[in-house]
Design a protein around this ligand. Structure first.
Ligand code: CU
Length: 118
């Protein structure tokens, strides 16, 4: 048991070192887990690396599972590490943001977070 834990720890360390150049979420707007008083116009995610526009996406889902974003994902013209997607007027509720990006070093990363509209 102790040995396998040590091995797991090693794997995590090795993974962290190798993942250094990947594009991870650095900051998001709306913030991860945030509660908003009004519907946001868009989702913006700043990554730790530049992302490849053709292979990177953000999707936003309502609690029902329905995709609610406007499917117009694009990289910001001035900042190649900023990916965004527009939103219609959202009803009150919890929404899940799912992102999957390919950084310029061709590595794929993905993740998700939620935000709430009051
Ligand atoms: Cu990488």
């Amino acid at each position: 048991m102790r040995r396998s834990l040590a091995f797991l720890f090693f794997l995590v360390l090795a993974g962290a070192a190798r993942l250094e150049a990947h594009a991870f979420l650095q900051q998001a707007e709306p913030g991860v887990g945030s509660t908003l008083q009004a519907s946001p116009n868009e989702i913006k995610i700043w990554f730790t690396e530049k992302v490849e526009p053709a292979f990177s996406k953000i999707q936003v889902f309502a609690a029902s599972g329905q995709e609610v974003d406007k499917r117009d994902v694009h990289v910001d013209r001035a900042d190649p590490a900023l990916l965004q997607v527009s939103l219609p007027q959202l009803a009150a509720g919890t929404y899940k943001v799912v992102w999957r990006v390919v950084s310029v070093d061709t590595h794929v990363t993905e993740g998700s977070f939620s935000f709430h509209v009051r």
